[in-house]
Design a protein around this ligand. Structure first.
Ligand code: G6P
Length: 592
């Protein structure tokens, strides 16, 4: 939520750099944007507006400048207005701040600052930061870094901030909860919420840990603990993502590009160290209770993994939505194993679940896509899904990569690691064959038939049930059609009342023991006038429209979700919506 990006260095086009870089973080929030530049003549230039940063021309910010901060917002406190857009400033206009997160005690701090004569221009929690820093700087001998450190010690909640002082050629940043990464170049430094902001300039990074701050001044980078002020040594890490990985390639939208990336990402996901997977499998076998936890699409993946562990490994594993996880703390023991799944590695509710698990002494395995992310670094063990950067808000290749890793682990628990790997590699090949232009055209024909409908229902049984839920999320979030997923057997307990003549109903099938049951459910829907769109390896007469998928045994949910991703994408495009940036959403949800 919210993208922040700052530059300090020897280049003279800091304004253009931060605007361009921020466009690569737009998936984090896109309701308004803003920039503060310390120009080479020592004056400050500020610009902000509502709307997407994507529409802003970086050439408009080409004035000579070597220090700038910028922000792309996903509103929490205060509506989407120009005044509420970041940066926010101190009364004297000297201090500019951009912020990601929520300062929970901002009302109390605001009253305190107002009583000292500060006036506020917005309804945001963020605005207290520049005012508090301004107030602290009044103390004799106070440096900017010390003022920021003292201010941070008073904040409750989660934050990542960048602070710029018009009078200084220095950049100060601090984080607690929300992510912040330092990109290190030659005589220059980039500080951003996420790596794609600066990948064009450097692949060398230093990670800011929770409760740390960094000051960049005179070519030096100084890391400190916020509470104690103690200096911290950091290790330089080289990122293996490239600029090409973060682009759209030949595609019009990131979502389509990422769907097509699945030609390769299943194979990349199973590219894991055998020893490591066997160790994880052993931990699952020996732990006293294993719980999967995640949010959104990653949560639906975990529900599918419940079935993988049950069917393939005969092992009971529970899924708990991360936002509900703290309620289950009574059941956690030091011998419990918690498996968290996250594309971004930054989801606040997942981090909170991990905190609760750690308080009980439980071990945490994280399955993530983003190396060095907060979740990866806070976990006891980490597995990467190797999907490459995912930029579209709707998760596609990360979801199938996560399922591939979990299915591989389930096979390892069953003592069949090699068979699991072979199945997944073959599945990757089948997906590669499936994702051809004719296949997409066929789904487009179906999308055209149903794109004007307001409601859609999706059913599945067994491991296709969580995929029905995931299908509904995909369709809702990008096309805004009201879509709901059900366990096929639940239809007659309520949802069937919603079926009218022509209502599009998608059924997800495999070539498995659930087929005869779900065929009966399809007949029940058909008898009430539903238009049956089936995703299935085998054709049945009950289908009105058929999307053929390969027969993939236990990897069927991985295969079945792909045509639905394509359908959701095409529905969005046909309805004139932007599939990459759906309204009200953000890709990385760093607030609770
Ligand atoms: C947001 C995104 C979803 C994602 C969920 C969990 O809601 O829009 O696509 O599934 O967060 O994110 P994570 O990064 O933890 O997988």
């Amino acid at each position: 939520m919210c993208g922040i990006f700052g530059y300090i260095g020897e280049r003279k086009n800091a304004g253009s750099i931060v605007i361009r870089g921020l466009k690569n973080l737009e998936y984090r929030g896109y309701d308004s944007w803003g920039i503060a530049m310390r120009l080479l003549d020592g004056s400050m230039r500020m610009a902000k507006d509502i709307g997407k940063i994507g529409a802003v021309d970086d050439k408009d910010f080409a004035q000579p400048c070597s220090l700038a901060i910028a922000h792309s917002r996903w509103a929490t406190h205060g509506g989407v207005t120009r005044d509420n857009a970041h940066p926010h400033f101190s009364c004297d206009g000297r201090i500019a701040v951009v912020h990601n997160g929520i300062i929970e005690n901002f009302e109390e701090l605001r009253s305190e600052l107002e009583s000292k004569g500060h006036t506020f221009a917005s309804q945001t929690d963020t605005e207290i930061i520049p005012h508090l820093v301004e107030e602290l700087l009044k103390q004799k001998g106070m440096t900017l870094a010390e003022a920021v450190r003292s201010a941070c010690k008073r904040f409750m909640g989660r934050f990542a901030i960048l602070v710029l002082d018009r009078q200084l050629m220095s950049l100060v940043a601090a984080r607690t909860g929300s992510p912040l990464i330092v990109g290190v170049g030659d005589g220059e430094c980039f500080i951003a919420s996420d790596i794609p902001a600066f990948l064009e300039y450097t692949r060398t990074v230093e990670y800011l840990d929770d409760g740390e701050m960094v000051t960049v001044e005179g070519g030096k980078i100084r890391f400190q603990n916020i509470q104690t002020g103690e200096e911290r040594e950091k290790r330089l890490v080289t990122i293996d993502w490239t600029v090409a990985d973060t682009g759209k390639g030949e595609y019009e939208h990131y979502m389509l590009k990422e769907i097509m990336d699945q030609k390769e990402t299943i194979q990349r996901a199973v590219h894991q160290d055998d020893e490591h997977i066997l160790q994880v499998a052993k931990s699952i076998e020996t732990c006293l209770g294993c719980i999967l936890s995640a949010c959104g699409t990653a949560g639906k993946v975990c529900m599918a993994a419940d079935y993988f562990f049950s069917v393939v490994a005969k092992r009971h594993v529970n899924f708990v939505t991360a936002s509900e996880f703290p309620i289950y703390h009574h059941f956690l023991k030091p011998e419990s194993l918690i498996i968290v799944v996250s594309q971004s590695g930054e989801t606040a509710d997942v981090l909170e679940a991990m905190k609760v698990a750690k308080q009980s002494g439980s071990k945490v395995l994280a399955i993530v896509n983003t190396e060095g992310s907060s979740i990866a670094r806070a976990a006891d063990y980490t597995l990467l899904i190797n999907a490459g950067p995912e930029r579209a808000v709707a998760s596609t290749k990360a979801a199938t990569g996560q399922m591939a890793v979990l299915l591989l682990i389930a096979h390892a628990v069953a003592g069949k690691l090699n068979a699991g790997r072979t199945l997944l590699l073959e599945t990757g090949g089948l997906i590669n064959d499936m994702l051809n232009p004719r296949y997409i055209e066929h789904i487009e024909g179906i999308a055209k038939k149903i794109c004007k409908h307001d409601n859609m229902y999706i059913i599945g049984k067994g491991w296709n049930y969580p995929m029905a839920l995931e299908s509904a999320i995909k369709i809702q979030e990008v096309s805004y059609i009201h879509a709901e997923g059900f366990a096929a057997g639940e239809l007659k307990h309520g949802p069937i009342a919603l079926i009218e003549e022509g209502t599009p109903c998608v059924a997800l099938l495999g070539n498995d023991e659930f087929t005869s049951d779900i065929l009966s459910n399809i007949m029940e829907l058909k008898a009430r006038g539903a238009l049956i769109i089936a995703v299935s390896p085998v054709r049945h007469t009950a289908f009105d429209l058929w999307i053929k998928v390969p027969d993939a045994a236990s990897a069927q949910p991985i295969v079945n979700i792909i045509p639905i991703q394509i359908l959701a994408y095409l529905l969005a495009v046909l309805r004139g919506k932007d599939p990459d940036m759906p309204r009200n959403l953000a890709k990385s949800v760093t607030v609770k």
